[in-house]
Design a protein around this ligand. Structure first.
Ligand code: ADP
Ligand code: MG
Length: 613
């Protein structure tokens, strides 16, 4: 048959199936057809660049490598033209009539594997050229190969089962795709709408794209360039563009990997943690690209939840290739990416902490809360994350922190556990009665000021084989200290303890003398194993259940303290005044623990006590 008359061909059966799904899918983001056609155009230009390395005789050799998009909203028509490698008649038949190529094949495979009717798959991986039929009444592809003696042709189809090919005179090298839009898809022929789509998906395509004569893509895919050739300002500019940010990035990780996956990634942490400032919860915003073309701007599973503060780009060439081999349902590829990137980022933080401690410290001030969240909840990365945590301690200066590893390195051989105290501030913890017993025994205590700390410590539970223990927990046993002169004797202690228990009644669960106390007369310990004083405060602040149960504490007194000795001396002679003193001591202990719930009765009592002076 002659090659000059129109010829009609049937689509291969698989293509028919594919077209059927594409045309009838309810997939809402129809706009991805633009991404698919632009990436085909970009591929064609890239192939031409390659070809030119070895071939000198190229048709239309003066044409610039560019992509031109034009829209006509009256006619509801879109044209996408590239000056790439083009297609011969055979190539048109093979490439657009059979299913030899990666994207669509993968799509069908996934459908075959039980992902039926999951129209999302179209958006995630594209169905290549055929996605045009989501919006098109008809598609024409005018193509002219780079080979000098190959004439031009036009391929056309309404997506219904067949296509025609006929010669077309005067075509320039490359491909020109003309789409007549369905009536309800007219929006795509509007300049602003097309601009928006191009900017969204194709901002980093390396060849110039113009829309109705205006250039749209001006930013480089920085992540694919060599680190050593990138200036600091370029990184900053890229960050601002990509993250829609106004600040400067704080930390930056630019890396590539070849195994187990080909990855090019450029990750940033912002300057400030906006969640901390009270803005809404951050959404994942490291975008997933495949060879510079956006696949998903906010991929949910690309990174663990606690890394939601990261910005940037992950680009993997393996995406479409691997997809055809893996089942997409178990998302194993994205999981693999997740593992590699998370591991790499944790390693990066570890290096930062070692080599640029101050910068890390500043980062930690802002974003440490995410690391804590991860340490508490992400079992896979818990160990590495725990190493990255920082706390002030009773041995650091105010504002300076220590790692758990450093804490452990300072532990004496007798110390078996890592101690911490949770409180609103350093001053509050230091002036409270809990720390002194540890200080007197040279035991370091981590000081935790953040609301989440208690939860984090409870979840992390141990580090380097050592238990994390709340220093204000009733179970903590401390070694004996030499008894100073003049302390109450054992009988006296017992006497006083019984009297205090009787006098304070329901308000205490237990009264005993204590070794933890050095400078304070009393302390209140958490009698409720399931709710620490700090937790109780939080629950109360949040109006949660459990906070209303009557508060009972275990009271410990210091048999060496002058007030206690005096109380012992007077509790039989002046029982009434002694009772006031005992009640006041308990209130003092509750204040120190942050547990005093109603201070009003205290004022009357204090006045009475003052009278007796
Ligand atoms: P994929 O891009 O994954 O191969 P597509 O369905 O997008 O799948 O495209 C099918 C094939 O059609 C491409 O592999 C390519 O050979 C050919 N093709 C599509 N668009 C163009 C174009 N603008 N220029 C040259 N060839 C093209
Ligand atoms: Mg394609």
């Amino acid at each position: 048959m002659s090659n000059t008359t129109p010829q009609t061909f049937e689509f291969q059966a698989e293509i028919k199936q594919l077209l059927d799904i594409v045309i009838h899918s309810l997939y809402t983001e129809k706009e991805i057809f633009v991404r698919e056609l632009i990436s085909n155009a970009s591929d064609a230009l890239e192939k031409l660049r390659h070809t030119r390395i070895t071939e000198r005789d190229v048709h239309d050799e003066k044409l610039e490598p560019e992509i031109n998009v034009t829209t006509d909203d009256k006619a509801k028509r879109i044209t996408i033209q590239d000056f790439g490698i083009g297609m011969t008649r055979e190539e048109l038949t093979r490439n657009l009539g059979t299913i030899a190529h990666s994207g669509s094949k993968a799509f069908l495979k996934a459908l075959g594997e039980g992902a039926q009717k999951n129209s999302n798959l179209i958006g995630q991986f594209g169905v290549g050229f055929y996605s045009a039929f989501m919006v098109a009444k008809s598609v024409k592809v005018y193509a002219r190969s780079w080979r000098k003696d190959e004439p031009g042709h036009v391929w056309s189809s309404e997506g219904a089962g067949s296509y025609t090919i006929e010669p077309s005179e005067g075509e320039r090298r490359g491909a020109k795709i003309v789409i007549e839009l369905k009536d309800d898809c007219g929006e795509f022929a509007q300049d602003w709408r097309m601009k928006e789509i191009l900017e969204r998906y194709s901002a980093f395509v390396s060849f110039p794209i113009s829309l109705n004569g205006k250039r749209v893509n001006t930013v480089q895919a920085l992540w694919l360039r060599n680190k050593n050739e990138i200036k600091e300002e370029e990184y900053t500019e890229f960050y601002k563009f990509q993250a829609h940010a106004h600040d400067e990035p704080r930390l930056r990780l630019h890396f590539s990997a070849d195994a187990p996956l080909t990855i090019n990634a450029l990750l940033f942490t912002p300057k400030e943690n906006t969640e901390k400032l009270g803005f809404s919860r951050l959404e994942p915003s490291v975008a997933l690209y495949c060879r510079k073309v956006l696949i998903d701007a906010k991929p949910k599973d690309l990174l663990p939840e606690w890394l939601r503060f990261l910005k940037g780009v992950v680009d993997s060439e393996d995406l479409p290739l691997n997809i055809s081999r893996e089942t997409m349902q178990d998302k194993s590829l994205v999981e693999k990416l997740n593992r590699v990137i998370t591991k790499r980022f944790l390693k990066f933080l570890d290096e930062e902490a070692r080599n640029r401690a101050e910068g890390y410290e500043a980062f930690y001030q802002e974003f440490g809360v995410f690391l804590k969240e991860g340490a508490a909840l992400d079992f896979t990365h818990k160990e590495q994350l725990t190493k990255l945590l920082r706390f002030e301690s009773s041995l650091t200066e105010k504002g300076k922190t220590t790692s758990l590893a450093d804490y452990v390195s300072r532990m004496s051989s007798e110390q078996k556990e890592i101690y911490y105290l949770v409180g609103p501030s350093r001053a509050a913890i230091e002036s409270g009665p809990y720390l002194e017993g540890f200080k007197a025994r040279n035991l370091e205590v981590l000081l935790c000021y953040e609301a989440v700390d208690e939860y984090v410590m409870n979840n992390v539970r141990e580090f380097d084989g050592r238990k994390l223990t709340a220093a204000d927990h009733a179970d903590v046993k401390l070694a004996d200290l030499p008894k100073p002169e003049g302390a109450l004797g054992e009988r006296e202690i017992k006497d006083l303890a019984n009297w205090l228990k009787d006098t304070l009644g329901e308000r205490v669960s237990e009264v005993k003398s204590s070794d933890r106390l050095v400078d304070s007369p009393v302390l209140a310990l958490n009698a409720d194993k399931f709710m620490s004083p700090h937790m109780r405060r939080m629950m109360k602040a949040m109006n949660r259940d459990g906070a209303e149960n009557p508060l009972r504490v275990s009271l410990e007194f210091n048999p060496r303290h002058a007030v206690i000795k005096r109380l012992f001396e007077t509790h039989t002679a002046h029982p009434e005044r002694a009772k006031l003193v005992a009640e006041q001591l308990l209130d003092n202990a509750l204040i120190a623990a942050g547990l005093l719930e109603d201070p009003t009765s205290m004022v009357a009592r204090l006045n009475k006590l003052l009278e007796s002076v």
